[in-house]
Write a protein that binds this ligand. Structure first.
Ligand SMILES: NC(=O)c1ccc[n+]([C@@H]2O[C@H](COP(=O)([O-])OP(=O)(O)OC[C@H]3O[C@@H](n4cnc5c(N)ncnc54)[C@H](OP(=O)(O)O)[C@@H]3O)[C@@H](O)[C@H]2O)c1
Length: 407
């Protein structure tokens, strides 16, 4: 999320500046929605004059409550094509227009009588005041404006059990893929001929549609479980989330970010890699969890130990059933296993997967590479699976969701 309003939409900023010029002192706080509709590039609409509200924070609370209770209000606003939501209020000798667009970009205009200044970081508001308003504005923006348009090529529709005639927005996509609490789900992408990686990574198999599904599945997770091999091969790190995505997670009772949990025996992890990158800003992703067997944990490098929360499971190899149990006992109910093949194979053989979300990309590659589950360990997965949902994007990627049939 950025606080630099100059990166946002100039039409939204200019509408806010115009409002700032016309603001009268002594008004109660107001909630604004901004739309891009001709003939004006940005049209502000006042949704509420703050009846019975003393502060901007109260006003936002009232509207969040209204939106949570009245689905119709949200639908009408989305039909109007809202692009940004803002709040207008006074503080000290300033009036403030603070707004956020559906990408999570913030806009701040501070007005003093007949002059306005753009401010990048809300200097006069004080960090904490702005932080608490930002979370509320983010939730209202998500509810009233919805999500940004998907990237080129990433429009997705229902295919089965019912074919869809309209493109799914990110909330609808999430509804199709929402996981059940207590479930462990595997997330994977493969070519038609079953390849899980090309030249050492899965990048060539992915697509804008796959990225949308990937984000929707991860957005639901408490923990992202990943093998150390993938962390090394893909220089894996936490995915940045927009303010709106964080607001959506919070509304579901989830932490702002999922926690990454790496499974490793060697504990060979690069402390300068993206997984351990220092983050700044309002929401900092949590420290990664490192799941290791007792034999490895006993000799962990102190520098690594400082950067992780250690979970010990098993003696010489990680006992994955114990690891999953420990994660659950820490309150992590929705686990998404991102692979790679060694970890996914071991999870399959241990019978620990409840769901699979896989993308089949329309590529036939005929090159060497791993499958989505490695078969090198002892035993085999003996479960049967049932297709629950399939979606398709405009490039022909298939998104399949399977549930394990009861044993
Ligand atoms: N297509 C897809 O959906 C997808 C998804 C993810 C990854 N990939 C690709 O898959 C490749 C990497 O796969 P991979 O199979 O080599 O790696 P991986 O499954 O990500 O990780 C394997 C490593 O995890 C640790 N591990 C797994 N099970 C363990 C256990 N029971 N006890 C202790 N440690 C355990 C070990 O780490 P240590 O070596 O540290 O001991 C092991 O070497 C990459 O090319 C990546 O791009 C594809």
């Amino acid at each position: 999320m950025t606080l630099d309003s100059t990166q946002g939409d100039p039409a939204i900023l200019s509408a806010l500046e115009h409002l700032s010029y016309t603001w009268s002192w002594g008004r109660p706080p107001r909630l604004l929605t901004l739309t891009h509709r001709p003939p004006q590039p940005a049209v502000p609409t006042t949704l509420s004059g703050g009846v019975g509200t003393q502060t901007a924070s109260d006003l936002l609370d009232q509207w969040i409550d209204q939106c949570r209770r009245h689905r119709g209000l949200v639908d009408v606003q989305r039909d109007l094509g809202v692009d940004a939501v803002g709040v207008a209020f006074e503080t000290g000798d300033q009036h403030i227009l603070y707004s956020m667009d559906r990408s999570g970009v913030e806009y701040l205009v501070e007005g003093q009588r007949y002059s306005t200044t753009r401010s990048a970081a809300g200097a006069n508001l004080g960090g904490q005041a702005l932080d608490s308003l930002a979370e509320k504005v983010a939730e209202l923006t998500w509810r009233l404006a919805g999500w940004p348009a998907p990237a080129a090529g990433a429009r997705i529709r229902d295919m089965w059990p019912k074919p869809g005639l309209v493109d799914l927005d990110d909330d609808e996509l999430h509804d199709r893929l929402a996981t059940d609490a207590g479930h462990v789900r595997l997330l994977a992408v493969t070519s038609i001929d079953g390849l899980a990686a090309v030249n050492g990574t899965s990048a060539a198999l992915s697509s804008p549609g796959d990225q949308r599904v990937y984000q929707a599945v991860k957005r639901d997770a408490d923990v992202l479980l990943i093998g150390a091999g993938t962390v090394r091969a893909e220089r894996y790190g936490p995915t940045p989330l927009s303010a709106l995505q964080i607001a959506r997670r919070r509304s579901m009772g989830l932490a702002p970010h999922p926690t990454v949990a790496v499974v490793s025996r060697s504990l060979d992890l690069d402390l300068t890699g993206p997984l351990f990158q220092q983050h700044t800003g309002r929401h900092v992703p949590p420290r990664p969890i490192l799941i290791a067997p007792a034999a490895s944990a006993a000799s962990i490098d102190p520098a690594l130990a400082e950067h992780v929360d250690l979970v010990v499971a098993g003696e010489t190899d990680v006992d994955l059933a114990v690891a999953v149990q420990q994660l659950r006992s820490q309150g992590h109910q929705r686990l998404v296993c991102e692979g790679g093949p060694s970890l996914a194979g071991a999870m399959t053989r241990a019978g620990l997967l409840d769901e699979i979300c896989m993308t089949i990309t329309p590529q036939l590659l005929a090159v060497p590479g791993p499958r989505i589950t490695d078969s090198s360990g002892a035993g085999q997965g003996a479960d049967d699976w049932q297709l629950r949902r399939s979606l398709i994007d405009e490039q022909g990627n298939l998104f399949l969701r399977y549930d394990r049939l009861p044993r």
